[in-house]
Design a binder for this molecule. Sequence first.
Ligand code: TRP
Length: 336
Amino acid sequence: MFKDKKVVFSGVQPTGMLTLGNYLGAIKNFSSFSDEYRCYYCVVDMHAITVRQNPAELRRRTYDTLALYIACGLDPEKNVLFVQSHVPAHAELAWVLDCYTMFGELSRMTQFKDKSAKNADNINAGLFTYPTLMAADILLYQAELVPVGDDQKQHLELSRDIANRFNGVYGETFVVPEAYIPKTTARIYSLADPTKKMSKSDENENAVIRILDERDVIIRKFKRAVTDSGCEVRRGEGKEGIMNLMSIYGAVTGKSPDEIESEFSGKGYGDFKLAVGECVADALCGVREEFARLSADKKYLEEVMARGAEEASRAACRTMSKVRRKVGFTDRADVR
Ligand code: TRP
């Protein structure tokens, strides 16, 4: 059913509860690809262990993330939904790619620098080679398009460099992937500090809208959102808070900034914040209900995982056998 379609790949870590930023910036758009592309969406549990995790929690969040994918509209019949550690080829290719990635390149990754500053007592090798595992995720499936938030742009660039380098040495092996960063919603900012990205791991819960937050919590968080001392709902210098709320409102309702400005002309920040809170709560309400239903059905989620891993393995094995031949590994008895 997927023959000859171009490939989309994306991954989400099963850590922290996903935010409105993840939803508007990425997951909500994922479902629009499935008619045109063969889509792989992966819960990247192997990336998650680059920082210390509580095992029981990691396991639960892996189920939760899968349930959330489906609740956000990704139909497992139309998309390959799977868990990274269920397809060992990710680790296998990551090792090979490690040998075609330079120490200097990895040292320049801003996310590595940030994370090492935050986890000074655990700057492990996995944290350092995180981007080659990510390149392996993408290149294994010959993905053409990779929807990500713009904080992942540098990793995507590196994946392209690795693919080009490998292709240059061994001839065409990998499709060189392209980042897909939705323009309007690439960045949803923190409600407490609108110059910072809304982050899953923010310690200030008021800064973050979680996809599974209750309606009244969502409305309250928007009410408290930091804005400037003015009172007009319009774009402008020093109005990052209002502009962030405008882009959230726009992403949910489909309205343009001009339309939003005229809708709220003459109204104050209070009315606007309430409107944003209500529209977000409405949009997430269905997701929350569907999530509750799915996360109670572990058997179903396990079926989806198993089917996804099988589909993904098939594609991954094709790429791996090419790679093995190119680098000069001898044939394995089971694939000879
Ligand atoms: N690093 C990505 C993030 O933190 C997650 C990720 C892992 C990913 N592998 C990927 C995203 C492959 C896109 C493609 O957001």
